[in-house]
Design a binder for this molecule. Structure first.
Ligand code: SF4
Length: 290
């Protein structure tokens, strides 16, 4: 949950999650809809789906026994080198360096690297990881990056590794790492088809091969539907693109994939944040009561 998301945002989600899924078995036995509903609003839904798949593998194929090595952790869905290294060093005491964004920045300054690549950073730091409590080493490095060797104002004078830091010794801390070249994020203008009948909305559940798969939402189209009444637009940004969506009141749902969902039952399905924004427009326009 904490990947790409701040602690304060995560806490209530984490508490609700543990209450509903107190162990790997309860998560594995839940439905994907249940899992997505609890994740609703946290974004990056692939994390939830992977956690669910992982729980099913651990509970149904491994007798609820978690892996004990870095390599075995890596085989689980959603577990990359960072997560596998963090868990296997902290929980299993294996000497693998966990490289997150903070650690990359610290390494860039320690070794004067313009662009700190994950694999290279792991290779450079591996000789220093202790056999005893390797997890503490990883946590200390991450913490150093988060609190002392920060992005814009590192407090080098209080840094415990000052003497070993090549950038500090040569007085070039600001030069490392090199700033990333920002890539412009594309913006799209689209329409959400809003078809309302007998206090029910025409919605569809996103399929396996779509972004936000498993979540319900309005049907989005590129062209303005003929004769539709346009409502105030909403904006929403994802990591790789942003979009402005204009809700369009459509008279019919014919030929559009989906099904009617009663407004009173919207709480039972998982909707994306964008779809919640559209629902708010409908509420403000007094078309529905939430
Ligand atoms: Fe970072 Fe400064 Fe410490 Fe070097 S001396 S690791 S730049 S805080």
């Amino acid at each position: 949950m904490l990947q790409q998301t701040q602690v304060a945002t995560v806490i209530p989600y984490f508490e609700r999650w543990l209450e509903r899924f107190p162990n790997v078995q309860t998560l594995a036995d839940a439905s994907q809809d249940d899992v997505l509903k609890l994740w609703e609003g946290l974004g990056y839904y692939r994390r939830a789906r992977n956690l669910y798949k992982t729980a099913q593998i651990v509970a149904h194929k491994k007798g609820s026994i978690f892996p004990e090595t870095y390599e075995d952790w890596l085989e689980l869905p959603g577990v990359g080198p960072y997560t596998a290294a963090a868990i296997s060093s902290i929980v299993n005491g294996e000497g693998v360096v966990a490289v997150d964004g903070n650690v990359k920045r610290v390494a860039a300054r320690l070794f004067k690297l313009d662009v700190p690549e994950e694999k290279h950073v792991r290779e450079l730091l591996t000789p220093f990881i202790p056999k005893k409590n390797p997890g503490d080493f990883n946590e200390a490095l991450m913490e150093l990056g988060a609190t002392v060797c920060t992005k814009s104002s590192p407090t080098c004078l209080f840094c415990p590794v000052q003497e070993n830091c090549q950038a500090f010794v040569s007085g070039e801390v600001e030069a490392y790492p090199k700033p990333k070249v920002k890539v412009a994020r594309p913006h799209y203008e689209r329409y959400a088809l809003v078809h309302l009948k007998d206090d029910a909305l025409w919605l569809r559940q996103r399929s396996e091969d779509e972004m936000l798969n498993g979540l319900w939402g309005f049907v989005l189209v590129d062209e303005q539907p003929k004769g539709a009444k346009l409502l105030p637009p909403v904006k929403h940004a994802y990591t790789h693109f942003s979009q402005t969506i204009t809700p369009a009141l459509a008279k019919t749902s014919s030929k559009i994939e989906g099904s009617y969902v009663k407004v009173s039952e919207l709480d039972d399905i998982a909707l994306s944040t964008l779809d919640h924004k559209i629902l708010n427009v409908l509420k403000n326009q007094k078309l529905i009561t939430l």
